[in-house]
Design a protein around this ligand. Structure first.
Ligand code: SAH
Length: 216
């Protein structure tokens, strides 16, 4: 059992991530290590390492492995960072971040999804993750400023509180667009009101719903 999923995971890295340009060795090692199938219903375990998103209930999805790796690599983590994640979902992306940064704060708006993720974090002994049920478009002021922010749901524009809670010199990655199609945007905060932006290409995420994004 362990070996079956272990080898599928190595194959996922070798065939889906490296050929598409993911090269940060720490990111590749985290993707080789974290057991993605354990963030899914057991019925989906056989598909856990395939090259696409999968359902996690409540009409939400776990992102495709490549997108998780791409967003993580974009943050350029070195190991000492405090990260904010909006849209915990399955918690898989959270666990990857927790492997690469010092502390991860993550926000999920749907209680049953958050409870399941919390249970998985406990089972896998991810001790540097704190999860809360809330509207992540407001950020999480209590622990700000963050050394990186990642939003794993699509928004029409970047919620202002997230820019405000980002440390100067640090990065925010978020899919920006309409309800059907987005561009994966990477912003680097250069000053209180200035930032550089880079477009990482097209993607499809479920909607970010909240005060500073779409309404339900
Ligand atoms: N990275 C996750 C993606 C989950 S899908 C994974 O790979 O599993 C996006 C998640 O964002 C959903 O669970 C959805 O409920 C959540 N979400 C949407 N709007 C939100 C908001 N305003 N605050 C927090 N979470 C939100």
């Amino acid at each position: 059992m362990f070996n079956e999923y272990y080898s599928k995971r190595q194959q996922m890295v070798d065939t889906q991530l490296i050929p598409r340009g993911i090269h940060d060795i720490r990111v590749l090692n985290a993707m080789r290590k974290i057991p993605r199938h354990l963030f899914l219903d057991e019925a989906l375990w056989p598909q856990a390492y395939e090259d696409h998103p999968l359902p996690i209930g409540e009409k939400q999805t776990i992102s495709q492995p490549y997108i998780v790796a791409l967003m993580t690599e974009a943050l350029q983590l070195k190991g000492k960072e405090k990260i904010l994640e909006i849209g915990t979902g399955s918690g898989y992306q959270t666990a990857i971040l927790a492997e690469l940064a010092e502390q991860v704060y993550t926000i999920e708006r749907i209680p049953v999804i958050a409870k399941r993720a919390r249970k998985t974090f406990d089972e896998l002994k991810c001790t540097n993750i704190v999860i809360t049920i809330s509207d992540g478009t407001r950020g999480w002021q209590e622990h700000a400023p963050y050394d990186g922010i990642i939003v794993t749901a699509a928004a029409p524009r970047t919620p202002n509180p997230l820019f405000e809670q980002l440390e100067i010199g640090c990065k925010l990655v978020i899919p920006i667009g309409d309800e059907h199609f987005q561009d994966l945007m990477l912003y680097t905060k250069e000053g209180e009101d200035t930032h550089k932006e880079e477009n990482y290409g097209g993607c499809r995420f479920v909607k970010l719903i909240g005060e500073h994004s779409w309404k339900e």
